[in-house]
Design a protein around this ligand. Structure first.
Ligand code: GRF
Length: 207
């Protein structure tokens, strides 16, 4: 892969709320993260992430298998939009679908996902959102956390880039854990991106 530019352009994929995307955009705006938000792609026409992008001047597009006609055309449409936007790094932040083979190959070692647990525990198909935190509490874990990992063709299986832990207290409900993890996510995704952009983390050494 070509090295990341000094100031990479970020392409986001988000399905729903988009709070992690907003935290990263904010880190770009404050100057903490030397990167430029370039595009939001969402499969969900009524997502809060798309509304926020529209209100805040972030280029955005709704693309789904239905609107594109097939999974293959959707993959091509994703690739076209990302290339038009000049994206260098792709950020999956609550994107509920798999990324297609064309985008995976064009952006090899350049696609990151955030997962609200310490992978490889509590990952894979069906392990998303509240299901993750329910399982963590049901198993009486004493800690959970955040994983940023490279994306491959499966759910939550690519090489781990960085992890941060949060405590799970005996009286915690899944909502308590979710809230604690989300606070950590908002800090940790940007911190990890800062380390990637500075060259401290070399994605090509992981993938
Ligand atoms: C986050 O918990 C993230 O770890 C998971 O999906 C959630 C997205 O939340 N992949 P938001 O859309 O960023 O608010």
């Amino acid at each position: 892969m070509t090295p990341l530019p000094q100031r990479p352009r970020l392409g986001f994929f988000v399905s729903h709320r988009g709070s992690n995307m907003r935290a990263i955009v904010s880190a770009c705006q404050t100057g903490a993260l030397a990167a430029d938000p370039a595009l939001l792609i969402s499969n969900n026409r009524s997502s809060a992430a798309l509304s926020w992008a529209a209100e805040n001047g972030l280029p955005h597009v709704h693309l789904s298998p239905k609107s594109s006609g097939s999974e293959e055309s959707l993959d091509q449409a994703h690739l076209d939009k990302l290339q038009e936007a000049g994206a260098d790094l792709i950020i999956l932040a609550g994107y509920m679908r798999k990324i297609g083979p064309k985008v995976l190959s064009a952006f090899s070692n350049r696609i990151l996902n955030i997962h609200p647990a310490l992978l490889p525990k509590y990952g894979g198909q069906g392990m998303y959102g509240h299901h993750v935190h329910e399982a963590v509490v049901a198993n009486r874990e004493s800690e959970s956390g955040v994983t940023v990992h490279l994306v491959d063709g499966e759910y939550d299986t690519g090489p781990i880039v960085a992890q941060a832990t949060v405590p799970v207290l005996p009286a915690d409900t899944p909502d308590d854990v979710a809230a604690r993890v989300l606070v950590q996510e908002h800090l940790f995704f940007s911190e990890t991106l800062i380390r990637i952009v500075s060259g401290e983390i070399d994605l090509d050494a992981l993938g």
